[in-house]
Design a protein. Structure first.
Length: 247
């Protein structure tokens, strides 16, 4: 009996230590998983960040900017995705307050012939950037596809959104711009620039009628999106041609 009691007391004395060992092992596994996550994020950044000798010094700042709740400024050479979306350092950026024809969208010219207005808008934006690089973009919000929504300017200070609307390559989107580009749009219509030479459908209406189109690729943002952040989305308003939009 005495030996049994001594054995039980011995096991009882060991239990706290064993529990501490289990806790330490659990914390070790959690730390290992977190370390792997950080390493994966860094590897992803290396994959999309230019590998020039002087670029690695900016890598930490780039990763921090991507993971911040409200990223501030991003600067670099823009790859044009379409008339209102670019990619800088592997991050998709949606221009704030404007909407350009979709890549597959067709419009009618002055002779009422169809032409690929979405492709024309993309080409015009690429030409615009070529005149003055790099581009600099300031954060505004996240959209529903987890892309940055930003106000962007060329190296010479020219506003990307203003230029696209003024030259008839995109539309002011009052739902999000609150009329910020209404003046540029009036100038484009008066001068009959590009879209305004014929008839076209507002891009947001065109998308509503082509809901089978694939959604834009996403750059998911590590669960930092909140319901209070502004999000650009598709409109369900009735479709209409814009030959007399401002009349």
């Amino acid at each position: 009996m005495r030996n049994d009691r001594q054995s039980r007391r011995h096991r009882s004395r060991l239990r706290p230590g064993r529990r501490s060992s289990v806790a330490r092992a659990s914390r070790g596994r959690t730390f290992a998983v977190a370390s792997l996550a950080v390493a994966g994020l860094a590897a992803s950044a290396y994959a999309v960040f230019p590998l020039a000798a002087d670029s690695h010094g900016d890598l930490g700042a780039t990763v921090a900017n991507w993971t911040a709740a409200n990223p501030q400024t991003i600067m670099g050479t823009a790859s044009v995705v379409d008339g209102d979306t670019i990619e800088v350092h592997g991050q998709r950026i949606r221009f704030n307050g404007i909407d350009a024809p979709e890549s597959r969208q067709l419009c009618k010219d002055a002779n009422r012939l169809d032409y690929p207005c979405g492709s024309r808008s993309t080409e015009a934006l690429d030409t615009f950037f070529a005149a003055s690089r790099p581009v600099q973009c300031n954060f505004v919000a996240w959209d529903r596809y987890h892309r940055f929504v930003r106000d962007c300017r060329r190296a010479d200070g020219a506003s990307v959104a203003s230029w696209m609307v003024e030259h008839g390559q995109a539309l002011d989107w009052p739902r999000y711009s609150h009329g910020a580009y209404a003046e540029q749009q009036l100038q484009a219509k008066t001068a009959r620039n590009w879209l305004w030479t014929g008839e076209f459908e507002a891009p947001w209406d065109w998308r509503a009628g082509h809901s089978d189109d694939p959604k834009p690729p996403t750059n998911r943002k590590l669960d930092l999106i909140t319901h209070r952040q502004v999000a650009q989305s598709y409109s369900c308003q009735p479709r209409r041609l814009l030959a007399n939009l401002l009349m």
